[in-house]
Design a binder for this molecule. Structure first.
Ligand code: NAP
Length: 277
């Protein structure tokens, strides 16, 4: 897409909502110095947050009318109910822009009814590790999204981690249940490991240090090494050894971790479907 609205080489992007997810994206863009001319709409930030972002070159606006240049991309990172209230005010400037919504459960059809059917819209589902540049964002484009829009969205979302296009919008509900909610499952695993550590005699501090470092270290290894999770698991499991004894419990065919996790993921996927209705 031609950089027709920016006054310099930076691509202009407007972020609406700078809470947990919005600020993660903002930090990723700011790290790519000079790549983006960033405006932010969020009336509820703390004074020190405003100052910190302004010092980094971000312009704050109170309404779309305050924009000096039309943005090439508008990223909505507000809660779903807030999104429905505030998007009509942005419909006019959204006509010529790429719109990205990260709001869970808000479908493309709803976004089109709010912004106009001719608007290029991408529904995206990022996750919390975006805060440390290690997120994964799955996305689904509407029919108005062209190749140049896709490149722009890869740059915007890729600033905080990996990206993955899905081919059917309904898959976003499954994505929500896996990578969107997934960090919470991993944090729960850390909590459970910590509790189990205390059960086998470790003091609370040692239990927490060991559980946390094990989850973080194993995640780091999985992210860096080009091997399947099952290969890594097998490489640390000697027949008849300690890990083998534990895995016999976790891999129980009727009440193992797989059965439990599938049940949990189905519950999350079904809830995502309900929220989207
Ligand atoms: N956090 C995640 O891990 C995650 C993962 C995937 C998708 N998402 C999606 O990302 C979206 C944002 O989630 P979040 O966790 O970042 O929520 P959040 O921390 O509450 O962020 C939303 C921000 O938008 C602000 N806001 C409210 N009304 C506004 C308005 N009229 N104009 C501009 N900004 C306004 C909020 O202020 P107040 O707090 O004062 O209302 C808040 O700072 C949600 O739709 C969620 O589904 C989040």
């Amino acid at each position: 897409m031609a950089n027709s609205y920016s006054s310099d080489a930076s691509t202009s992007v407007l972020l609406v909502g700078a809470g947990k997810m919005g600020s993660a994206l903002l930090s990723g863009w700011l790290e790519q110095e000079g790549a983006w001319a960033i405006s932010v709409a969020d009336p509820f930030l703390e004074e020190d947050e405003y100052r910190q972002y302004e010092d980094a070159g971000v312009t704050f606006i109170e309404s779309p009318q305050d924009l000096a240049v039309k943005p090439e991309a508008i990223v909505f990172a507000v809660k779903p109910q807030q999104l429905k209230e505030l998007t009509p005010a942005y419909a006019a400037i959204a006509q010529d822009a790429l719109v990205i919504s990260v709001a869970a459960g808000v479908r493309i059809a709803t976004l089109e009814s709010l912004l106009g059917e001719r608007t290029a819209i991408l529904r995206a589902m990022p996750n919390l590790p975006a805060q440390v540049g290690m997120g994964i964002t799955a996305f689904f484009p509407n029919k108005r999204v062209r190749l140049a829009h896709m490149e722009l969205s890869e740059r915007l979302l890729g600033a905080v981690g990996a990206t993955l296009a899905v081919t059917v919008e309904d898959q976003i509900d499954a994505v929500t249940a896996i990578s969107g909610s997934g960090p919470a499952y991993v944090f729960l695993l850390a909590e459970c490991l910590e509790m189990a550590a205390m059960e086998v005699g470790l003091d609370p501090e040692a239990a927490q240090i060991l559980a946390r470092a094990t989850i973080a270290g194993s995640g780091g290894l999985l992210g860096m090494i080009d091997a399947d999770a099952s290969q890594l698991r097998e490489s640390v499991t000697s027949p008849g050894g300690t890990t083998h004894a534990a895995l016999k419990v976790l891999l129980d065919e009727r009440n193992g971790l797989q059965q439990l996790l599938t049940k949990a993921v189905l519950a999350a996927r079904n809830r995502a479907r309900e929220l989207g209705e």
